[in-house]
Design a protein around this ligand. Structure first.
Ligand SMILES: *[C@@H]1O[C@H](CO)[C@@H](O)[C@H](O)[C@H]1NC(C)=O
Ligand SMILES: *[C@@H]1O[C@H](CO)[C@@H](O)[C@H](O)[C@H]1NC(C)=O
Ligand SMILES: *[C@@H]1O[C@H](CO)[C@@H](O)[C@H](O)[C@H]1NC(C)=O
Ligand SMILES: *[C@@H]1O[C@H](CO)[C@@H](O)[C@H](O)[C@H]1NC(C)=O
Length: 252
């Protein structure tokens, strides 16, 4: 039986729900939020998973920041070849530890091209390509890419591999997965004949990094903020209709 108290509660609840709906609808009509700020290579790799070693090295060498800054300041765009964690684990043990800090920077920069290249552009580029590691004057740190059909071959003179997957493209940044670390000739090529061989004693594996991929709780892709909001709104509407129905039943 509907007491007076009950009907007061009903009125209050209905008004409250109405207010909520009006507020939400108004919010939904506001322009969609701009897609999350400047491009962040770390974020992209984090989202893709299986690139924790690369992320760590990008941070250590600050090459990640260089990429972000350069993307923001140039209109050439960039292309990044991203070796997986497995690619790093597959390196001969001590490979990374044998490099000086400067050489680590060069190794990472070798995976970055100062231009945006789509997979179809790979078919028409002329080799060797300049990487971020080579200064423009000399022909240091060249990388060769050949492509036909869906296959994109990448060769450094030390390592041959193929593009395994496209991780990200947005018109100015392209990130391609490679299953081998691209070892540049300049660091890993046959030693120049003159000097005596350096002792082979190297530290234990430095390449391993079994840190599990960081859990990324954001479900949707970068540019889909509006879609995500729409989804929530839809859920809210459905929920509200349910609640109103319940209240109506309660009040009758
Ligand atoms: C880029 O993303 C990473 C991981 O999400 C975050 O830690 C870092 O602060 C971001 N950098 C910038 C400049 O936003
Ligand atoms: C991007 O460039 C703009 C102007 O060119 C500058 O104001 C802004 O600070 C830059 N952002 C980053 C993250 O470098
Ligand atoms: C890519 O490499 C494979 C294996 O070495 C070879 O068979 C193929 O012809 C190469 N494709 C191109 C376009 O260079
Ligand atoms: C890269 O391509 C250039 C030009 O075709 C060639 O001269 C050079 O030998 C190639 N290097 C490798 C490692 O394939």
């Amino acid at each position: 039986m509907a007491t007076q108290f009950q009907s007061h509660v009903c009125k209050f609840l209905l008004l409250f729900i109405l207010q909520c709906i009006i507020t939400t609808t108004t919010l939904a009509q506001a322009p969609a939020p701009a897609p999350s700020g400047p491009t962040n290579i770390t974020k992209i790799l984090e989202k893709a998973g299986q690139f924790t070693t690369l992320m760590r090295l990008f941070k250590l060498t600050q090459v990640g920041d260089q990429i972000n800054t350069q993307l923001n300041n140039s209109n050439q765009g960039m292309t990044v070849f991203a070796p997986t964690d497995n690619a790093f684990s597959a390196l001969k043990s001590g490979t990374l530890n044998s490099l000086s800090d400067q050489q680590k920077v060069e190794l990472l920069q070798f995976h970055v091209l100062p231009q945006y290249l789509t997979t179809s552009q790979f078919q028409t580029i002329s080799n060797p390509l300049r990487t971020q590691a080579g200064d423009s004057a000399s022909n240091k740190f060249p990388l060769n890419i050949t492509s036909s059909g869906n296959q994109v071959n990448v060769t450094t003179g030390v390592v041959d591999t193929t593009v395994a997957n496209t991780i990200y493209t947005d018109g100015s940044l392209a990130v391609y997965q490679v299953d081998k670390v691209l070892l540049p000739m300049d660091l890993f090529g046959p030693p120049s004949p003159a000097p005596a061989p350096t002792p082979e004693k190297k530290k234990k594996s430095g390449a391993d990094d079994d840190t599990p991929a960081t859990d990324d709780s954001t479900p949707s892709a970068d540019a889909s903020g509006a879609v995500g909001f729409g989804g929530h709104l839809h859920g809210f509407m459905v929920g509200s209709v349910g609640v109103i129905t319940l209240i109506a039943l309660f009040c009758l």
